[in-house]
Design a protein around this ligand. Structure first.
Ligand SMILES: Nc1ncnc2c1ncn2[C@@H]1O[C@H](COP(=O)(O)OP(=O)(O)OP(=O)(O)O)[C@@H](O)[C@H]1O
Length: 870
């Protein structure tokens, strides 16, 4: 094919696909042309050369066929979708077609141990269907819900690598809320049609599959069908990896909205770092599958007490039995990622080393069985967990692999050397003949030296000349007549003979036959392994589960955590509780917490920086950890199961998202007030702060009443609005607690943060002290103290009337009530315009939002105006 034709063909194939880039095979290379070449040249630092076509030149960049995978991975991990066109032989030359599209959600070759979900969301008949498939492990989950917030929360939990919104949800806010940074692909509308989707699901998973997993909802079917269709387009093998369909009900798990997952820093901190998150703190797993399991438990804690208790029973046993725990972890350390290896076997991408890894990991199961047979673990649920997979089938698969594979097989599966002797008679025979021919060749140099008397003679092989006899120039006169010269080098000549040529042909033929036969045998073996996918997934899950349990136990033992008593919905009582992450970096002061039916709502006050947020998050995290099946950081804890944890904490900078912080705050509050039930735990940190003081107080006030009277859930509410503390006198379940400090924070008085939580409201706010600590310039701090003193003295700003010689007070704006109070005698008289205007401005002035300096300047200006100055 001409050069022109190649670029033309590339552009035609590119027009066929909606992938971002195309890699087209041209002989031994995959080439990118035109814009794609420039793009990959930049992204991957590939050399870009020029190719001429139709009189113009096109950029061209290529990678050797065997090296494509790492380049593909690099592109896909940056979020691009890459189509691959392979070349195949035809009767009159060769042709090319797109054989697969590699995308972030369907990349089998990933080396990142975290789960890689492809998600589809669709809305049918007012319900949302969400399907999540991880082709690297074969996991395929479907759920349906009527709530957009729940879809959002699930997307945040599963953190998909790629999202396919159905036609009706493409413009939905739920996809641009920043819940996912994954590429969002507008995929073929038809794939989401429920009828078509259902047929596709039945074809792939079998006619009865939908009924047996209880997938009836059209929205769920549509989402699952779209995922299948998409995966199918990306390559046939990848689709085969999806073996197990499952459904789940969002009600099985603790409801954690997306904001709460972020606020509680479950898997990453507010700054997007893993380090410092709850997961990073408690993760001591030794396998990547165990790490995935632990992440799943922390992001999807349970509501079912039986499940929770079983996990905690296992953790407790492992906490007690330190030696057995170490042994369990040591045994698990030898395990590879079986779920992923199973998917590689099913998709046909596993090589011999992968099958050996499967063999070695199957070995871990009996060893783990022995480790949990320890007397201190035998009464726990652990032996039953390890017994769940079929041990006999696992042992026989292991034995089959062990008998088949060579101990140190090559990385390619087409060149032989994969199998042990004795595995296959035909192969053994081929190998015997091959080795005999090789032996003849290996001995040839010595035999020829002896026969001819030539000393500088060697036999070797290279790509262009094949096998040859090489003789140094000084002795070429002595070569026998049977030698045929094939090449002259500077110091030597190369020869062949009829017999050497014949043997060479034989060796090559045998090599090829061996390679072909081993490849066929290997594919058969790999398929037999793929037939055991479910078994491998069972074993993989078991190892991951035990690893996650041992990790929780390791953390509990090393940080002195305690077993929580998990009870039916009800109280949350914590004795000497700590924050699970903060305690690892700080000399932490433990705190008690008591929330029950008589005392379900705590108003938490205290100076800035005293530890209010930490205290409240600690309560949420202790509940979450208990429901994940973990021990908790406390001396003792009773945790009443909750159905959801909802938090609204300090405003994040969401201005980049185009919404004002106060709007975000109110949207989050709205979601909480709509979602929380009597059995939820709600944590509110300074709700109402983002607006004018009196609006803020009013919203906080009404929120407290609503949660107390209507929702009736457990709630912790931190506030700087001292006014709210009086609510404890009116609402029976509301109590005040405060984080204590020593010192009054007054003029120069320093305060010491005690970090202890005590009953009753705090008396001061100490904000000026924190301003001082933060390095606000001295004049401002001092001035603030003056202003504060005055405000405290008067709790009022006076408006003095003009024209009254003695300057008697005419109207007082009372900061406590937020009302104007006038003196009796002035009431009759109409106000003069100056007073009117000052009062109007005064009414509009927000004390909280005006700096003390401005405030004083304004007051001075008002006084001037009232005194008749211009
Ligand atoms: N019990 C504790 N023991 C030790 N250190 C703590 C404790 N509680 C909080 N801290 C530390 O005190 C600092 C302030 O805590 P936090 O952010 O919870 O205060 P806050 O009262 O919510 O502040 P603000 O009102 O300004 O938001 C943090 O650095 C935290 O690590």
């Amino acid at each position: 094919m001409t050069a022109d034709g190649i670029v033309g063909e590339f552009l035609a194939l590119k027009a066929e696909t909606d992938a971002d880039l195309l890699a087209m095979q041209c002989g031994d290379f995959y080439e990118f042309f035109a814009e794609d070449a420039e793009f990959v040249g930049d992204e991957l630092d590939l050399k870009v050369s020029e190719k001429s076509s139709h009189g113009s030149t096109y950029p061209m960049a290529g990678v050797p066929v065997d090296d494509l995978t790492p380049y593909l991975k690099a592109l896909v991990e940056r979020g691009y979708r890459v189509a691959v066109a392979d070349q195949y032989e035809t009767d009159d030359g060769h042709a090319r077609e797109i054989t697969r599209i590699v995308t972030p959600g369907t990349l089998l070759e990933t080396t990142d141990p975290t789960a890689q979900f492809l998600a589809a969301v669709v809305d049918v008949d007012d319900r949302y269907g969400l399907a999540l498939a991880d082709v690297t492990t074969g996991e395929f989950l479907v759920t349906t819900t009527a709530s957009a917030a729940e879809v959002e929360a699930e997307l945040h939990r599963f953190d998909p690598a790629e999202v396919l919104p159905g036609p009706t949800v493409r413009d939905d806010a739920l996809l641009d809320r920043g819940e996912t940074t994954a590429p969002v692909i507008d995929y073929d509308d038809a794939a989401f049609a429920p009828g078509r989707a259902e047929r596709r699901l039945r074809d792939h998973f079998g006619a009865g599959a939908l009924d047996s997993v209880g997938l009836a909802d059209r929205a769920g079917v549509a989402a699952a069908g779209a995922v299948l269709a998409y995966v199918e387009e990306t390559g046939v093998g990848v689709l085969d990896a999806l073996t197990r369909l499952g459904t789940y009900d969002t009600g099985d798990h603790l409801d954690l909205d997306a904001t709460t997952q972020r606020n509680l820093e479950l898997t990453e901190t507010m700054h997007g770092e893993r380090e410092g998150s709850l997961l990073a703190t408690v993760d001591h797993t030794v396998t990547s599958a165990g790490g995935r399991r632990l992440r799943e438990w922390l992001t999807r804690p349970r509501r079912d007490r039986d499940v929770i208790d079983r996990r905690i029973d296992s953790v407790a046993a492992l906490v007690e039995a330190a030696l057995a725990r170490d042994r369990v972890r040591e045994v698990l350390d030898d395990a590879y990622d079986l779920e992923r290896l199973a998917a590689r076997a099913t998709s046909g991408s596993a090589d011999a080393t992968d099958l050996l890894s499967i063999r070695d990991t199957l070995d871990v199961l009996p060893a783990l069985g022995e480790a949990v047979a320890d007397s201190r673990l035998e009464d726990s649920p652990l032996p039953a967990i390890v017994d769940r997979p079929n041990r006999e089938r696992a042992a026989s698969l292991r034995a089959e692999l062990d008998a088949a594979l060579a101990p140190d097989p090559p990385g390619t599966v087409t060149e032989g050397g994969l199998f042990q002797r004795g595995y296959d008679d035909e192969l053994d025979d081929l190998i015997d003949r091959y080795e005999a021919a090789r032996e003849w060749l290996d001995g040839l140099a010595d035999r020829e030296k002896a026969r001819t008397g030539i000393t500088h003679l060697q036999v070797d092989r290279n790509k262009t000349d094949g096998y040859y006899i090489q003789v140094g120039n000084s002795e070429t006169d002595a070569v026998p007549e049977s030698y045929r010269e094939i090449k002259t080098l500077k110091n030597s000549k190369r020869y062949t003979t009829d017999e050497l040529a014949e043997r060479e042909r034989e060796v090559l033929r045998l090599e090829e036959a061996r390679g072909d036969l081993e490849y066929d045998l290997f594919c058969e073996l790999r398929e037999r392994v793929a037939d055991h996918t479910e078994l491998l997934q069972d074993v993989g899950r078991t190892l991951a589960t035990v690893d996650a349990l041992a990790s929780l136990a390791t953390h509990a033992a090393s940080h002195d955590w305690t077993r929580p008593e998990v009870v039916a919905p009800g109280p949350l009582v914590v004795e000497a509780g700590r924050h699970p992450v903060v305690e690892t970096t700080t000399d932490f002061v433990p705190n008690d917490l008591h929330l029950d039916t008589d005392r379900g709502f705590l108003l938490v006050t205290g100076p800035n920086m005293s530890g209010k947020s930490t205290y409240m998050r600690q309560a949420a995290l202790i509940t979450l950890l208990a429901q994940a099946g973990s021990f908790v950081p406390a001396r003792a804890a009773t945790v009443g199961v909750v159905d959801g944890i909802y938090t609204r904490v300090g405003a994040l900078d969401e201005l980049a998202g185009g919404r004002s912080t106060f709007m975000v705050e109110m949207e989050e509050l709205s979601n909480i007030l709509h979602s929380a039930t009597e059995e939820s735990l709600v944590v509110l940190d300074e709700v109402g702060r983002g607006t004018a003081t009196y609006d803020g107080i009013s919203i906080a006030w009404a929120t407290t009443e609503y949660i107390h009277n209507e929702v009736g859930c457990k709630c912790l509410f931190a506030t700087h609005y001292h006014e709210l503390t009086t609510l404890a006198d009116h609402l029976p379940r509301v109590e005040n607690v405060h984080v204590a400090v020593a010192g009054d924070g007054g003029d120069d008085g320093d305060i010491t943060f005690l970090r202890t939580v005590e009953d009753g409201p705090t008396d001061r706010s100490y904000g000026v002290h924190v301003a001082d600590l933060a390095g606000v310039p001295d004049p401002v701090v001092e001035r603030s103290r003056d202003v504060l003193d005055r405000l405290r003295e008067d709790r009022a700003i006076e408006a003095r009337g003009a024209g009254t010689s003695d300057g008697t007070t005419q109207a007082v704006f009372d900061l406590g009530s937020g009302d104007f109070q006038r003196t009796e005698e002035d009431d009759e008289e109409p106000l003069d315009p100056a007073t009117e205007s000052v009062l109007a401005e005064l009414q509009e002035t927000s004390v909280a939002e005006t700096s003390p300096v401005d405030l004083m300047a304004r007051v001075r200006e008002w006084q001037g105006r009232l005194d008749g100055e211009e």
